[in-house]
Ligand binder design. Structure first.
Ligand code: URA
Length: 242
């Protein structure tokens, strides 16, 4: 428990106890003794310890027809309805439109959510957009370099044409490091190829593998750690892709 509180490694915490530097309710602690941090007062070298609150991280495969806000005045189905966890108040990390499907993270960790959505940290998000017609190499290059939207020019993007899905609809893979409102749809409108279907395939190194629409899983502690590391670095591209 001392290690969880960030006091040191497991071994060094054991040393602290052996050295008599830890007190529980005023008494010198012993190795192996049962302690409840909510009931017992624990001091290390006379200072109280703070245990980190356990936080929840969920990866949801959002289906179409769900709103990714916590409240909706129109009473439409909400993504949080799909993750009914008692005692946890999750909120979505960023937004996906009502009619967009794909990867959406939900958490109660405001700090990580902020870092993942702030353009400064430049986390890559990859979308598959089924668009009207076949965009030419010229317009795809314009998308990569930046398009003049009403709220400013878009930042550099990665764009690949994945092929025609029917006689009149093509599939694009678009990776963005920013998140303007309805950005993919507006970019595709801007080049004259409106979106029919939109799905977010990945956020950083996370993808939808093993999930069907409406299903969710918890992030592993390793994944959470890796996300936190990405968020703390400015130059994040190689980490996210590896
Ligand atoms: N871009 C869009 O247009 N919609 C989304 O939901 C996400 C990105």
């Amino acid at each position: 428990m001392l290690a969880q509180a960030g006091i040191g490694s497991r071994r060094s915490c054991e040393d602290l106890i052996r050295d008599g530097r830890v007190r529980v309710d005023g008494e010198i602690a012993e190795l192996g003794m049962k302690v409840d941090p909510l009931k017992n007062k624990i001091l290390v070298d006379g200072e109280g310890i703070t245990l980190p609150r356990k936080q929840t991280y969920v990866l949801l495969y959002k289906p179409k027809g769900y709103i990714s806000t916590v409240r909706d005045p129109q009473g439409r189905p909400k993504v949080t309805d799909l993750v009914p966890l008692s005692g946890v108040r999750l909120f979505p990390v960023g937004r996906l439109d009502y009619q967009t499907s794909g990867l959406l993270l939900l958490t109660d960790d405001g700090e990580l959510a902020n870092m993942l959505t702030h353009p400064r940290y430049g986390v890559w998000k990859t979308y598959h957009a089924l668009v009207q017609g076949k965009p030419s190499p010229t317009v795809l290059q314009q998308m990569r370099e930046g398009l003049p939207l009403s709220d400013g020019k878009t930042a550099q993007a990665k764009v690949r044409f994945l092929g025609m899905q029917s006689s009149d609809k093509g599939l694009l893979e678009i990776s963005l490091r920013e998140g303007k409102k309805r950005q993919v749809r507006r970019m595709c409108d801007c080049i004259g190829h409106p979106v029919h279907e939109l799905e977010r395939k990945s956020v950083a190194f996370l993808n939808l593998e093993g999930l069907s629409p409406g299903e969710y899983r918890f992030l592993t502690p390793k994944e959470v750690q890796r996300l936190k590391k990405i968020s703390k670095r400015k130059d994040t591209i190689s980490q996210q892709r590896s």
